[in-house]
Write a protein that binds this ligand. Structure first.
Ligand code: UTP
Length: 308
């Protein structure tokens, strides 16, 4: 095979994205008892919609959701809605939209893959191996809401470098390294740098850097073999980071620095911050709520806000 986007006989175009959304979302209880975390609204749409919009903007047309319970909700959210026929909705820019339309273009395909038991992020990605086949693919963690979307840059770097993998990274305070996968890129301060090694949740004293992996990745299909072989790691879970570490020993894997704004919506504080930030970013002068948020903040904590 040859042609644009294809390299040495292997398919290279990145058309598939895996969304691992089978976690229990315990940090967001009680919100997540009946409503899966990815369906919780951030400002005016569910968290997953930001991730799906980012993926489609990056050229993805096959969406693979690893989930045990949210398939029907995702289909009814993104698909056409006959119940809304004839109703008009106001779009983010104030435009009038047909409320019954599907939220994704007609060429976009949805697939749902069960995980069965939440054995870790790496296991969730591995569960998508048949849906992915031998094509390269993206992994998108909706909890990390990225403004602007980061996936397009990763796909570009994947092609430009002939990479086996590219992961998005961000500088974090060193005291926080134990919450992330952390890369060693040999001190290379470039926007895209080759990973020498990567470790999951290192203590700050042992962390190779303060460059933390955030929720966007692009991989060659070979990562699936490593995911199937790595033993349980940090927290007793099958860790995606451990498979990346094995891949990076034999193939070129790169870190791409994200310098936009990331909201971690997997915890209450980050989710609330994202909601306020996106509401304010999307506010038109005539939207009264921006002023109301401001006056609420001005009167806090006198208005009884103790922070709980
Ligand atoms: P988290 O580490 O945030 O776990 O997973 P969680 O279960 O969603 O949330 P908490 O920690 O209980 O509050 C990061 C991403 O990986 C997915 C989650 O759905 C989330 O999108 N994941 C995690 C799985 O799909 N399966 C797993 O076994 C673990």
């Amino acid at each position: 095979m040859s042609g644009p986007g294809l390299d040495s006989g292997r398919p290279r175009a990145v058309r598939t994205a895996v969304f691992p959304v089978a976690g229990l979302g315990t940090r967001m209880l009680p919100m997540t008892r009946a409503v899966p975390k990815e369906m919780i609204p951030v400002f005016d749409r569910p968290l997953i919609q930001y991730a799906v919009e980012e993926a489609i903007a990056a050229g993805i047309s096959d969406l693979v959701f690893v989930t045990d319970r949210s398939g029907p909700m995702l289909e009814s959210h993104f698909g056409p809605s006959p119940e809304l026929a004839g109703k008009i909705e106001t779009g983010p820019g104030g435009e009038r939209l047909d409320a019954a339309r599907a939220l994704v273009p007609g060429n976009v395909r949805f697939q749902f893959v069960p995980q069965g038991r939440p054995l870790g992020l790496g296991h969730a990605v591995w569960c998508a191996r048949e849906a992915v086949g031998d094509a390269p693919f993206a992994v998108v963690l909706p909890d990390d809401l990225m403004v602007p979307g980061a996936l397009g840059e990763l796909v570009d770097a994947f092609h430009a470098r002939g990479a086996a993998g590219v992961v998005a990274v961000e500088e974090v305070p060193r005291r926080d390294t134990a919450r992330y996968g952390v890369v060693d890129s040999g001190g290379d301060a470039g926007r895209v740098s080759r990973i020498a090694s990567i470790v999951e949740k290192p203590d700050p004293a042992d962390a190779p850097s303060n460059l933390a992996v955030v929720g966007r990745y692009v991989f060659d299909a070979s990562i699936m073999d490593h995911l199937g072989a790595v033993p349980p790691g940090a927290g007793g879970e099958i860790q995606l980071t451990d498979a990346i570490a094995v891949l990076a020993r034999s193939e070129p894997v790169y870190a791409s620095r994200f310098d936009g704004e990331r909201h971690d919506c997997g915890n209450r504080a980050g989710w609330l911050r994202a909601t306020v930030a996106l509401a304010l970013a999307g506010a038109a002068p005539e939207d009264g709520y921006a002023g109301e948020i401001r006056s609420l903040l001005e009167s806090w904590p006198a208005a009884g806000g103790s922070g709980r």
